[in-house]
Design a protein around this ligand. Sequence first.
Ligand code: HEC
Ligand code: HEC
Length: 409
Amino acid sequence: MALGLSAPAIRHTVAAEANGVHPGPLSRAQAFARAATLTELGRQMFFDPALSASGRQACASCHDPKHGFSSASAAPVEMGGPALDRPGQRAVPTLRYLQAVPAFSEHFYDSEDEGDESVDNGPTGGLTWDGRVDRGAEQARIPLLSPFEMANAGPDAVVARLARTAYADAFKAAFGDDIFSRPTDAFDGAVEALGTFEQDAATFYPYSSRYDAFLAGKGTLTAQELHGRALFEDPAKGNCASCHLSEPANDGEPPQFTDFGLIAVAVPRNPAIPANADSAYVDLGVCGPLRTDLKRRDEYCGLFRTPTLRNVALKKNFFHNGFFHTLRDAVAFYASRDSDPGHWYAKNADGSVHRYDDLPQRYWANLNQDPPFGRKPGDKPALDDAEIDDIVAFLNTLTDADQLQQAGQ
Ligand code: HEC
Ligand code: HEC
């Protein structure tokens, strides 16, 4: 698309204008120009540690562009705060391929869903692991102000820092000479710029993986990768593609490797997250505690948003709590969560297996039990070792070309 700008970026920009960030309706050409300006401002902000209370943490510190904009570190959570000594509570997700995440909704009817639009696919969409915000601009407020992330005392503090940057004049040119004397508008403009940058196609959704080339008929996969893809898609084997969509959509858009559904898979509790030292603390995803609007809704406890698997091979920790450190373990967990729970979960005091040890039993009805899950202890795992290897090989084809170059592969 012209200027590499996406339709959502333009919609967002136009929405921002409607919100009064800039007066007056815009022609399409003006909207493109506006989106380009905001994208460049957002890019500068994204890489600027001066916007944090510590002066040492940018968005990019956690969302590393060399790791698909997820974390470069194997630690399950990052440190933040004014002295960079306050641990986060969740693993850092990738920022690639978020452009198509729909707004959160409790009931989702998908026109792409095997032709049946009457099926309610349940809670779907929204940004963050629990879907609690809908747009990049809204999301950007969280890390800028979170006491364990960039830790600004409030929007005014962000704006004061912004006014001292080298790109302050560009910010004024975009939002008006007096913008820094209007801190609420300035903060709205800042997060709008970050949200617009996150919609930049070349940076965030290049579709340049070997699998994309294969789908376009311009590249091949090895026999092992093809077998891994078949297992990934086979409803009786991996069944992965039932949530991590792997085929182009009806409109030809390449697959996002997620249906954006909010699902409970019962990843083991991660003792390496400091918050988990308190046995009363449980991250229940959609029903809280980080998300607060649905906190009395038991049927939402344990649900997290299905992430894209594009660039997943670059990650150093997996799932919302970063419990797994290798892609192979993450895949093997699906194969034997229910057939060999003792391999994954902690033990009770009496030595018995504490199944689903990060989800209180009263919420177990929320757990997904479709294949590859739903087996009984002692059953054969859904995938054998060679099949797990093949799926991992397939997932390795989902790394974007620029990331392969950076990783020196
Ligand atoms: C200290 C580490 C850290 C910093 C700094 C940080 N983030 Fe994040 N980011 C996270 C974590 C952890 C999550 C998941 C939060 C959750 O689920 O509650 C996240 C989630 C996100 C998401 C949602 C992704 C998704 O899959 O829905 C976006 C977008 C995002 N961050 C953008 C930013 C921007 C923009 C900045 C800078 C203003 C930023 N982040 C700074 C750690 C960080
Ligand atoms: C019923 C829907 C569903 C199915 C089927 C499914 N997944 Fe997932 N997947 C999820 C959800 C939801 C998460 C995030 C869960 C969490 O963090 O608590 C996830 C996370 C992952 C992650 C971690 C990604 C990251 O960024 O940390 C990997 C890897 C993964 N899935 C691979 C697979 C593979 C391989 C299969 C098939 C063997 C599969 N998934 C089947 C829903 C599903």
